[in-house]
Design a protein around this ligand. Structure first.
Ligand SMILES: [Zn+2]
Length: 408
């Protein structure tokens, strides 16, 4: 059975594409006339698209000429009849094309807006990436449903008491999952055990930094100066292209180029590889960009990430130069875990500890990160899982901090 995470645009074959969604799954229930197709993860998929799950389900119904039922309270979305999962996935692609992607730039970060002029209603895709407002084909039957059940603005970030449930129809906001509130903690015992384990492991980590300053691409040789000019031009070009948000989706962006290059140029000699990676980033004009750090984490690390963090400590230190870079680093970890290594999510505390031990992340940054679920890098569920798993480390950090206070 196919499971996991795919690009929202399945035609984009790029693992550095940042817009992802869970693979839609189906379950056939009932028999004979009562046979139906249940879509157990409809709300997760819809959330990744920032659309209510009722829209996607209804869309399937329209396309297949089938009745649909939704029970939002119990999170049940059903299409009557037996339908093949692959067929529904293809239809989902069509839905995304028609009702999600910006017509102009193909970015999925859009919002549906209903515009009324007189008695005529039009549905517009309002694009957050390029600012264009492009229309939806009003001949599609789903538009009637959308107009009758207008989209409710999904609030981002903190949704304490936003009254999301009253919205009726929007799957996004009022998610009842308890997240890292600190209040409920039935597993305190195991947490303590984990904390101890982390402490012990942290003590064993050696944090030698193997690259000396002079190993990095030098500052003064004519060759280096030329490189620098080239890099400057590169970053200027990148600035003109407005690289600071969104354009890492493109397979030809310098970030994707760097990511693929790192993957295609393995080298057992981590020192040589570190320098080569840095040079490549410089050549692309992105060695100072925070996004470069995100891509690096995704492309460089393997299941041995904890030891690799130490091997590449010098490179990481060279690239992570601000709070923004630290956040990009943590975002890279989220993607690394969410996209390719969900099996490693339980090791998040060790990963964070390894970063902490080489002074790459500040306490405030990681604490802020760990206590705020964000959809910036991965879908909300992955974001939650990663943060939940990081709790023992954050707790340890907090305790270490309290100890410090006692000393003073
Ligand atoms: Zn757009």
């Amino acid at each position: 059975m196919a499971s996991g995470i795919v690009n929202i645009r399945r035609d984009v074959d790029d693992k550095f594409y940042r817009y992802r969604m869970p693979v839609l799954t189906t379950k056939i229930e009932g028999k004979g006339n009562g046979i139906k197709t249940v879509i157990p993860n409809m709300s997760d998929v819809a959330r990744a698209l920032s659309r209510p799950p009722t829209y996607t389900t209804k869309f399937f119904g329209c396309e297949l000429g089938a009745q649909t039922t939704f029970d939002e309270k119990n999170d049940r979305y059903i299409v009557n009849g037996a339908h093949d999962a692959n067929r529904l996935r293809e239809l989902l692609d069509v839905f995304i094309e028609k009702f999600v992607l910006c017509k102009s730039c193909k970015n999925p970060e859009t919002e549906l807006v209903i515009l009324k002029s007189g008695r005529v209603e039009n549905i517009i895709r309002d694009c957050k990436a390029c600012g264009e407002r492009t229309d939806v084909d009003m001949r599609h039957k789903l538009t009637t449903f959308i107009v009758k059940n207008p989209p409710v603005k999904i609030k981002k970030g903190k949704n304490k008491n936003t009254g999301g449930d009253a919205a009726g129809g929007v799957g996004g906001a009022g998610n009842p999952d308890p997240v890292a509130d600190g209040a409920e903690s039935p597993k305190d015992e195991s947490d303590d055990y984990l904390t101890k384990k982390i402490k012990a492991e942290a003590a064993e980590l050696n944090t030698e930094t193997t690259l000396a300053k002079e190993d990095w691409p030098a500052d003064t040789s004519p060759e280096a100066v030329k490189q620098r000019v080239k890099a400057l031009e590169g970053s200027l070009a990148a600035t003109v292209l407005g690289d600071d948000d969104g354009s890492d989706d493109d397979a030809s962006s310098p970030y994707s180029v760097l990511g693929r290059w790192i993957e295609e140029n393995p080298d057992a000699d981590t020192k040589a590889r570190s320098i080569a990676i840095y040079k490549k980033a410089e050549e692309l004009g992105i060695e100072k960009k925070h996004k470069t750090v995100t891509i690096l984490v995704q492309a460089l690390f393997t299941e041995n990430i904890v030891t690799e963090i130490n091997s590449y400590a010098a490179l990481l230190t060279k690239l992570v130069t601000s709070e923004k870079h630290q956040k990009a680093l943590l975002g890279g970890v989220e993607r690394f875990l969410g996209f390719t290594h969900p099996d490693l999510i339980p090791t998040v505390p060790k990963i964070l500890m390894a970063f902490y031990q080489i002074d790459l992340i500040d306490e405030e940054v990681v604490t802020q990160w760990g206590t705020h679920v964000s959809k910036k890098y991965v879908d909300k569920d992955t974001s939650k899982k990663v943060r939940k798993a990081s709790e023992p480390f954050l707790k340890w950090l907090q305790e270490a901090d309290d100890d410090d206070d006692d000393d003073e």
